[in-house]
Structures are given as C-alpha cells and as structure tokens.
Design a protein around this ligand. Structure first.
Ligand code: SF4
Length: 361
C-alpha cells in the first residue's frame, strides 16, 4: 500500500478512510504481526494524552503507510482505554495537530510555497471533506494578498460549529450577519475547521471492540498497551502530592499488599506497592527498613527506575485502580474507593480528611 502522503498528514479525511478500507487491511492482523503502524498508533495515543499533539517525536521513523494505518489502530486503543477523558484528549489532540498543519499548509499556499515534496492541504479540499464547500465564501480584501482575505460562512454552518463557551466574540449578535452569512477572519475559519475535525474524530468513540469478529483477540493483544495508557492518563490527571507518610491512611489495597509483603508477592503486586511508596517520595532504603518484606533483592533497582522521571513524569507511574483491579490487587475497597480512580487520590483524600478533623478538634 502506497497511500497519498496527504492522507498520512490528515488520516481522518473521508478519502483517507476510504483508502484504508479499499486496501482491505485488517487491524487485528497488523497487531498480531507487530506492524510498525501499531507502534506509531501507540505513540499517537500516548502523545495525545500526555502532550496534546499526535505529531511524532521521531517523524523520520514512520512511513506514510504507518502514519495512515496508525489512525484506525489508535481509535481501537482509545476505545479499549474506554475512559471519557482519554477520548476527549485524543480527539482534541488530533484536531490541534490538524489545525497546526492546516494553518502551515494554507500559509504556504497563500505565499505560493507549495512544493511537490511536501504535499499540502488546500482549503477547498478541507471544506469539501466537511461538507462546507457551499457554505463558505472567500472575500478578497483587494490587496492581492490572499493571506489577508476574509470569509463569509453560512449562518447554519456557523451555528453548528461554534460553541457557546467560546465567548462573546463568537455570539451571533456580535457578528455582522447579512444575507444569511456570517463574516469570519481567516484564523476564525481555521478554528471552525479545527472544531469540525475534533467532532469527527470523537464521533463514534469509544466503540465496542470486544465481541466483534477478531475483537477479543485484538483486545487481548493490546492489553498491555491499554494498561500502560490508562496508567499514564491517571498519572497525568495531576495526582495530588502528599508529603506525609501515614500508613494507617493508605488505601485498603496497599495496606493489604504491605501486610502480605513477605518476599513472595507476585511481581505485579510488588511493583504496585513499590510504585505507590516511591510516588510518596520514599527511597529504597526507607522502604526496606519499614517494609522489609518488599526487599526481595530487586527493590533497589525497582525503586530507582520508578523514581527516574526524566523530567516528564515517571515512565512507570503507580498503577491506577483500573489496573489494580485487572491484576486482582484491588482488595477490600471501601466507601472512599467509590469516589476515586487512583490509590494515591484515595490516600490524599484520607490525609486531608484526617487533617481537617484534627483542626476541627
Ligand atoms: S478502589 Fe483503588 S484505592 Fe480502593 S482498594 Fe481498589 S485499587 Fe485500592
């Protein structure tokens, strides 16, 4: 498959999606064969959740085919993560990346910097793809510089794409509505297209992967990736930092694991307990002293890796409740557990409650 390079940059376009369908490529097969598109899909979602963009950090590593095929696989991953915040962040990151690329493409287009080597999107292609071709009219400003042109957009399309949260400038009463058209600046038209992209990407997400033909095997093959993405997301959601260590306030799962810690914890449980303690700022020596059962010979290495955040958040964040449950480590959940999604959030809330009741006394 040698896709149009434009589709690699804008894989949500209808024509790009049709190209994937025509190529009759099965995502389950790509996953089981370890296709590079799956690695790119993993990066695509992770970058979306952590950095708000889907642009690769190593673009030279990926072919146009990898880029294009990574999009449907990324949608599968996001569906399996199945957390609302992940869908929102992912759709927004796809839209933001498209918005940046489109702006650059149109600026180059206006300046007549088009080159064969870098295929660029043009406005008619985008408008047509989003059924806006008859709804947007370019108004030349007379200077001969297309970059200074403005646009008029059909009021129905304008109302459909704008959001009341965007502020007073976007309210219809503050626009010079005439003949059923609303004037918009070029940047504003790009913002509307960004919104159209965001909605298209979010549409249909998350979908049911399990239960469809090959879906269960696909979900099983992507299980580790889904777990890692959930954990990255939970960590990203600004877990509260707590600077006291009060084991009596630890969540039930951690109390159970630490009570059981006798050197025989399964690796995932030892990892979860160590990650939780390291996230509270404890080092290997302190952990070994207070919970000698965790000192299984690998503790020092484990704690070092867990504490090494490289400035961008630990590569192995403490597991979320969803991951704990997956591994059977969520035990004795109590009432507070119903209000949180991460053991650290449980602990922060328990410490805050205890502080509050002490100051009330
Ligand atoms: S719900 Fe979360 S915090 Fe509560 S016991 Fe389970 S894993 Fe621990």
């Amino acid at each position: 498959m040698r896709p149009d390079p434009l589709y690699a940059r804008y894989p949500f376009l209808d024509a790009a999606r049709a190209a994937v369908q025509e190529a009759d490529i099965s995502p389950p097969r790509l996953v089981t064969e370890g296709d590079p598109a799956v690695d790119r899909a993993r990066e695509r979602v992770e970058r979306a959740l952590m950095s708000g963009t889907v642009a690769s950090e190593t673009p030279e590593r990926w072919s146009d085919r990898d880029e294009l095929l990574s999009y449907p696989i990324a949608r599968i991953l996001v569906s399996l993560v199945d957390v609302r915040a992940a869908v929102e962040k992912y759709a927004d990151a796809e839209a933001e990346t498209a918005f940046e690329r489109l702006r650059a493409d149109l600026a180059a287009d206006d300046a007549e910097l088009r080159s064969v080597a870098t295929p660029r999107a043009d406005l008619p292609t985008f408008l047509d793809d989003f059924d806006l071709d008859g709804a947007v009219r370019r108004v030349a400003d007379g200077s001969g510089d297309p970059g200074r042109d403005t646009f008029r957009i059909d009021v129905t399309a304008y109302l459909r794409l704008t959001d009341p949260d965007w502020g007073a400038d976007w309210r219809l009463v503050n626009r010079d509505l005439a003949d059923g058209e609303v004037p918009v600046a070029s940047e504003e038209l790009h913002r509307l297209l960004r919104e159209a992209v965001r909605r298209r990407v979010a549409s249909g997400l998350p979908f049911e992967v399990r239960g469809s033909a090959g879906g269960d095997a696909l979900a099983a093959a992507l299980d580790d990736d889904v777990t890692a993405l959930r954990d990255r997301l939970a960590e990203r959601e600004r877990l509260p930092s707590v600077d006291t260590v009060a084991p009596e306030r630890f969540p039930p799962c951690m109390r159970a694991l630490l009570d059981r810690a006798d050197g025989d914890l399964p690796p995932h449980s030892a990892f979860a307990a160590t990650a939780f303690l390291v996230s509270l700022g404890l080092d290997a020596d302190t952990i070994a002293e207070r919970w000698p059962g965790l000192d299984d010979g690998d503790l020092s290495y484990r704690a070092t890796v867990l504490a090494d955040d490289g400035g961008g958040g630990s590569q192995y964040p403490a597991p979320s409740c969803a991951t704990m449950a997956t591994f059977g480590d969520c035990v004795n959940p109590d009432e507070r557990c119903e209000t949180i999604d991460h053991p650290r959030r449980y602990y922060a809330a328990a410490v805050a409650d205890a502080d509050r009741s002490e100051s009330d006394d």
